[in-house]
Design a protein around this ligand. Sequence first.
Ligand SMILES: Cc1ncc(COP(=O)(O)O)c(C=O)c1O
Length: 350
Amino acid sequence: MTTEPIREDLAAIPRYVPGKALPQALKLSSNEVPYGPLPGVAEAIADAAANAHRYPDMGVTRLRDELAARLGVGAERIATGTGSVALIGHLLQAVASPGSEVVYSWRSFEAYPIAATVAGMKSVQVPNTADHRHDVEAMIAAVGPDTRALIVCSPNNPTGPSVTAAELDRIFAAVPESVLVVIDEAYREFVNDPSLPDGVERYGDRPNAVVFRTFSKAWGLAGLRIGYMVARADVADAVRRCVIPFAVNGPGQAAALAALEAEDEMRRRAALVTSERKRVVMAARDLVPEVPQTQANFFWLPLGERAVEFAAHCEERGILVRPFAGDGVRVTIGLPEENDALLEALRDWR
Ligand SMILES: Cc1ncc(COP(=O)(O)O)c(C=O)c1O
């Protein structure tokens, strides 16, 4: 059977697997926060709905200005898109050329191989260390003449650990400036180890630094699809050229602005998550001692060949987690009673 005119390489792309959702089930599969939208967000969306017949501000001006002021960078250095997942794809489209490569750790965020292939780039996957961290020296060694970007996922989805300042310093020192160092900080707001670097603060002035953030996680706007990146002005401009016109819609822009107004509440909620994280990871380690440390709103159960079986066991109990066959299970930190149900399921299973 011929599939012409479809590109052959697309057939090899692993499909993005969304965290499962079933009515009534406890959803610990998508790294969302469990508290609902931040105060003021639903009202801002409702107000914006009155303009649903108009195209949104294509430049996302107010939101970019607000982010720029908060981050201490010029708005021309910010690009927005329909989730950071879309922007990662646009960045790779902006740097791709025949034979070009992108280096990233593996296992990491499942969208990277998809974005790379769609952009026409070759993925160079560098296995994580035995403790589920990026192998920074091996990543540096994997950079070659065709490398256009190296992605650091910190904290790493789905395993949890962050990349340290010393490690990132080392990467910036070792790779040529022609290689973009992409720091994906989707879970930055849950990082509570003060020694860990803030990508924008520490590396924002490097010409080859690109930092991705999202409103989907701690800011509670996963359903509205808004992410942003901070980079050198010409890199941000190149990415904006690749973004679909009017990508971030009006209610999304309004909601993101309202969410920023509620930053104190976001921080309060993130602290609830991180205190639960500490409790849950300690309890999980009693049963699975190899659970790595995590700075995100999820943790990793390295169950190897039993990953799918554990996810099925959880599903029988009405709990949805995210298995990666043959490797492990990612579990989102939820409300205390939800986490207790998960721990109970783990105890029953072992
Ligand atoms: C590491 C990482 N980066 C980016 C994203 C994308 O988030 P969004 O497209 O919702 O902004 C995710 C979502 O799961 C993620 O885990």
